[in-house]
Design a protein around this ligand. Sequence first.
Ligand SMILES: Cc1cc2nc3c(=O)[nH]c(=O)nc-3n(C[C@H](O)[C@H](O)[C@H](O)COP(=O)(O)OP(=O)(O)OC[C@H]3O[C@@H](n4cnc5c(N)ncnc54)[C@H](O)[C@@H]3O)c2cc1C
Length: 409
Amino acid sequence: MTRSDVDILVAGGGVAGLTATAAFASAGFRTLCVDPVPPVTSADADGSDLRSTAFLMPAVDLLAGAGLWDRLAPHAAPLRIMRLADAGGAPGIVRTSGDFDSAEIGAEAFGYNLPNWLLRREMVGHLGATSGAELRAGVRVTGLTPRTDAALVALSDGTQARARLVVAADGRDSAVREALGIGTRRWGYGQKAVVFTVAHEAPHDGVSIEIHRTGGPFTLVPLPDRDDGPASSVVWMETGPRAAALAALPEAEFNAALAARACGVLGAIRLTSPRRIWPIISQLADRLDGPRTALIAEAAHVVPPIGAQGLNMSLADLAALRDLVVGAADIGAPELLARYHRKRHRETALRVAGIDALNRAAMAEPRPLRDLRRAGLAALHGLPPLRHAAMRLGLGATSQARAGIPGAD
Ligand SMILES: Cc1cc2nc3c(=O)[nH]c(=O)nc-3n(C[C@H](O)[C@H](O)[C@H](O)COP(=O)(O)OP(=O)(O)OC[C@H]3O[C@@H](n4cnc5c(N)ncnc54)[C@H](O)[C@@H]3O)c2cc1C
C-alpha cells in the first residue's frame, strides 16, 4: 500500500483547513491536507459558497503569519464600524441604532471582509507555491488508527498517511471526531439563513450593519465596490419556513422584501447573486483532543452567524495549537493535546453560550422581549465603558494588545 509520511495531516480543506495547512507548512511542518470536494474557487461555479468571511484582527494576524495576508489584502474590504440597529416595531423602520467605531479603541479597523470563493482561490494558489504543503482534493479520511508515535490515517483513494498529528478540520459532521468516539452537544433554533450579495445606492463606508427584528438579524457586510457601484454580502436569518419562502420568491418580489427588511439604510438595494440557505445550529464537541488528534473549527464548535465569530473562533483554535506545537519535541503528545483542550474548550464553551443567548434575544417575538432587546442595545451603546468592553470582546486579545489597551494579554 502506498503510504505518505508527514508531520501533520489536516482533514478538511474548508477555509479553516486550508489556513491550518498554510500555517503549519510555514512553521516548517510537512503538512498534507485532504478533502473529498475540490475547492470551489469562482463566484459563478456550481456549488459556489456565496458567504463571505469577516476576519477580525487576531485572525488577520494569523493569516499574515501563515504568509496568506499579502495575497488576500488587495481583495479585502475593511470594516471600520459595526452598526447595530433594532427594527422590532413597525416594518421597515429602524427604532434604535448604535455605532461601535474601531477608532474609539485605537484600532484602524475591526477586520476585513472577503468572499469565501476568493479566499479558497488565493489559499489554494498559495499552497501550490509553498514547499512542505500538499493539498489532495477528491480524497476523504475513511479511518484513523492512533499509535504511540503517530496516527495511521486511511484515505479514500486506497492510500494511507502516517502523521505525528492529525488536525480535524472536517466540518460539523467530522468523520475524524466520529472515528475517535468524541461526542457533541447540538441544538437548533428552527432558523435558517438566506445568504446572497447585493448592490446598493449609498456607499457602505466600511460600516457593517446588523438590523435586528423578530426571526433573526439581517446583516450587511461591506464588499469591495463592483464596477457599477457599492456592494455588500448579506446574511438574512429567519424562521425556517420563512427563509425557504424568501429563497424561492421570484426575483422582483424578493427585491421588494429585501428593500423592506434593509429599512433603506443603504438606499435602493438589489440582489446580485443566487440565494443559498444555511441551517442555523449551535454545537460543541465534548473534547477538543483525542489520541494524536486535535479538533479545530466546525469539527469542534458551530455557532449562529452573529458578530462574525465562527471562523474567527476557528482561527483562534489554530493559533493556540500552532503555538503549542512549534518547538515541541513530540507534536502529538497526549499532554500537549490535553493542554490544547484546556486552553480552548472553556473559552469556546463561553462563546457558544454567549452567541446562543444573543441569537435567542435577536429572535424574540413577544413585544416586551423586543422592547428589552431595544433597551439592551441602547444601554450597551450609551455607556462608553460597556461599549468599549463589547468591542474588545469582539476584537480579541491580540488586537487589544496591539491597540495598547490596558489589561490586554
Ligand atoms: C451564513 C454564514 C455566514 C458566516 N459568516 C462568517 C463570518 O463572517 N465570519 C466568521 O468568522 N465566520 C462566519 N461563518 C462561520 C464560518 O463560515 C464557518 O466557521 C467556517 O466556514 C467553517 O469552516 P470549516 O473549515 O470548519 O468547515 P467547512 O467549510 O464545512 O469545511 C469542512 C471541510 O471538510 C471536508 N470534509 C468532510 N468530510 C471529510 C472527510 N471525511 N475527510 C476530509 N475532509 C472532509 C468538507 O468537504 C469541507 O470542505 C458563517 C457561517 C454561516 C453559516
